[in-house]
Every structure is written in C-alpha cells, then in structure tokens.
Design a protein around this ligand. Structure first.
Ligand code: KG4
Ligand code: ZN
Length: 339
C-alpha cells in the first residue's frame, strides 16, 4: 500500500511517500523559517499562502524520487490538527481534493501521533509499549503508548511548551527565530550555575510541567543589568540545564511508574543535544533504552504523517480515524488521547 503524507500544520510543508512493503520511498520538506524570520515568529496568513505554493512542487518531487506516479497512490494521510487553522486547511483541503480525483481515501492524522511514531521509522525501532516524551513548539507531554492509536496522557505542561520556552527565552536574549537551535548554540559556549534558575515542578510528584516561570526568571536577569556576551551564554546554559533536568527527571519517573523500560523522545526539542546527553545518562543508570527519530525526522515532516497513516490502515483503524474520499476535517485543538 502506497501512502502519500502531507504535513502543513505550522511553518513547514512536508510531503512523503511511504510504502507498507518497501518503507519510506521519498520525503521532502520546505521550511518557511527564512520567510518568518523578519517578523520574529510565524505569521499564520503567510504560512497558509506558502503551503499553497509548495505542495504541488513537493509532491512532484517525491513522486519523481520514488519513481512512482500519482495513480499508484492508495491513500492520502494529512495532518488534521493540532496546528494553525489556515495552514491545516491548506493540507486538508488539498488532500481531500486529490483523494477525490484519485478515488482513494484521505485520512486525518494527529500531528503529535506523527511525531510519536516517528522513531519506529528508524533502523532499530522500539517495541510497544513505551513511554513517549513529546517536546515540540506547542506541546510538552508524557504519554503511555500501548500501540498504534492507544495513547494515554500521563502529564503535560500547564503553560508554555518546552519549545515555546526555548523560543521565548531566545527572543529575550536577542537571538533570532526559531530560538531553540540558536539558544542551544549559545548555551554550548556558556557555563551553567553562575545564574541560578528554578527547576519548575521538579518535585511535584506528578508528570505535569510548567515552563513560563523560567522565562520570567530570565527576563528578570536580563533587566537587572546589561549582560555581556559571556553572561548571555551562561544564562542560556543555565536555562538549558533547567529545562533538560526537569524533562529528564520526569521522563524517567514516568518509565518507573509505568514499569516500562523503553522511552521514545519526539518533537523539535528532541533534537537538543544536551537533552539527549542527560536522557541517555539517566536512562542507562535506570536500565531504560531511549529511542530518537532519525535527525531529519525530529522536526515537522511529511514522512511521519504518511507513516502514521499507513500504520492506522494496517491496524484496521482507518474507519475509526475518519478516512474519507472527498471530505476533510481539521481540528486546530485536538487532544492526542482522543485520536
Ligand atoms: O516539532 P517541531 O518541529 O514543531 C512543532 O510541532 O512545534 O518543534 C519546533 C520546536 C521549536 O520551539 C524549536 O525552537 C524547538 O522545537 N527546537 C529546539 C531545538 N531544535 C528545535 N529546541 C531546543 N534545542 C534544539 N536543538
Ligand atoms: Zn511538530
């Protein structure tokens, strides 16, 4: 079965072809970072318009790379939410129209399900059940994953997501957008501990997070005095230590509480090297194995959507998922446990 995947929930247009017998045949991503950069963040209307421009060329590219024709497509999987409504509408309506023209079903996929299943695309995939730490720009969640479509929320952020905290803190330090990678780079040049930032909810005894206070603490430090470049690097390093410590401790506590020895990490913040170092170290002490997606599949992409769609078909979940020909849904707000 050949599945075309379309991702357009935010500022990346992702397209991919996944074949259930042969695996991932091709994938391509267009990032809008350069376009949004001058505004310091994603401008939703510009994002939607750019998705419209990019979809057809990207689809042609992956079809050519895979040596396939569009008539060979058996199903289309598209991101139906959560995300920016206008951006989602582009991918969803395109998927529905193409599905109608080809006479195949269009399957709405939850964006976080795509992230969460993406480590299964790697050469050494994890086995169900596992704990998933989802850390993206919009979400910070710990889930217990029993199988495809079986997601139990263990805990999540009460306010800012981890990626959002990185982005906002980067902005406070005068770094560009997207802030996560820029802040991580600055942190590598700094020494943590010179500035003291809190470890929010570290001892809360549950799997909830809160990151908005950290950003405020950074703001206070920035306002107190003029920071030298070295100060900024030290502050960035301390911020990164605070976020990665809380994420690591809670992720391992979730493994302990569920009795599971497999942890997967997905979403853009999962690309953070310091987070990986800490998780790997803590996991090896606890006898837990950590799986990450391939580097190219950490941030938003179409491969994870095509793959999630294919797994849903294979698991017999297409009908429950709402597979249709010529109709579409978007759900800008959509809890993963309901997917
Ligand atoms: O999963 P993703 O690509 O998009 C969403 O679904 O949100 O995640 C994007 C988020 C952004 O907040 C970005 O700053 C963050 O991931 N990010 C990072 C790093 N790379 C991306 N945060 C920290 N360190 C990184 N290396
Ligand atoms: Zn994402």
């Amino acid at each position: 079965m050949l599945v075309l995947g379309l991702e357009s929930s935010c500022d990346e247009t992702g397209v991919a072809l996944y074949d259930t017998a042969r695996g991932l045949l091709a994938h391509a991503v267009h990032s809008q970072v350069a376009m949004h950069e001058e505004y310091g963040g994603v401008v939703p209307e510009l994002a939607s318009r750019d998705h419209i421009r990019r979809l057809v060329p990207l689809i042609e590219k992956v079809l050519a790379e895979a040596g396939a024709s569009k008539e060979e497509i058996d199903a289309i999987a598209y991101t139906a939410g959560p995300g920016l409504a206008g951006a989602l509408l582009v991918g969803a309506s395109f998927a529905a129209a193409l599905a109608l023209a080809l006479g195949v079903p269009a399957l709405p996929i939850h964006h976080l399900e795509g992230h969460l299943l993406s480590p299964l695309l790697s050469a050494d995939p994890p086995q169900f059940p596992f704990v998933a730490l989802l850390v993206s720009g919009g979400h910070t969640q710990l889930m217990r994953v029993a199988g495809v479509g079986a997601y139990e929320l263990l805990g999540e952020s009460l306010d800012d997501a981890a990626g959002e905290a990185f982005d906002k803190t980067a902005q406070l330090l005068g770094l560009g957008y997207p802030g996560g990678p820029a802040l991580a780079k600055l942190a590598a040049a700094g020494t943590p501990g010179r500035f003291k930032l809190p470890r929010p909810m570290l001892g809360s005894g549950d799997f909830m997070f809160s990151f908005s206070g950290l950003k405020t603490a950074v703001l206070t430090a920035v306002r107190e005095r003029v920071l030298t470049e070295a100060d900024q690097a030290d502050l960035a390093a301390e911020f990164q230590e605070a976020v990665t410590e809380v994420l690591t401790v809670k992720a391992l506590a979730a493994c302990h509480a569920t009795g599971l020895a497999t942890l997967i990490v997905a979403g853009g913040v999962g690309a953070n090297q310091r987070l990986r170092e800490r998780l790997d170290a803590a996991a090896s002490t606890a006898g837990v194995r950590v799986h990450y997606p391939e580097p190219a599949l950490c941030t938003d992409n179409g491969a994870m959507i095509a793959f999630a769609g294919a797994l849903r078909f294979q698991a017999g979940l297409a009908e429950k998922t709402g597979a249709r020909c010529g109709a579409f849904t978007i759900r800008p707000r959509w809890p993963l446990a309901m997917a």
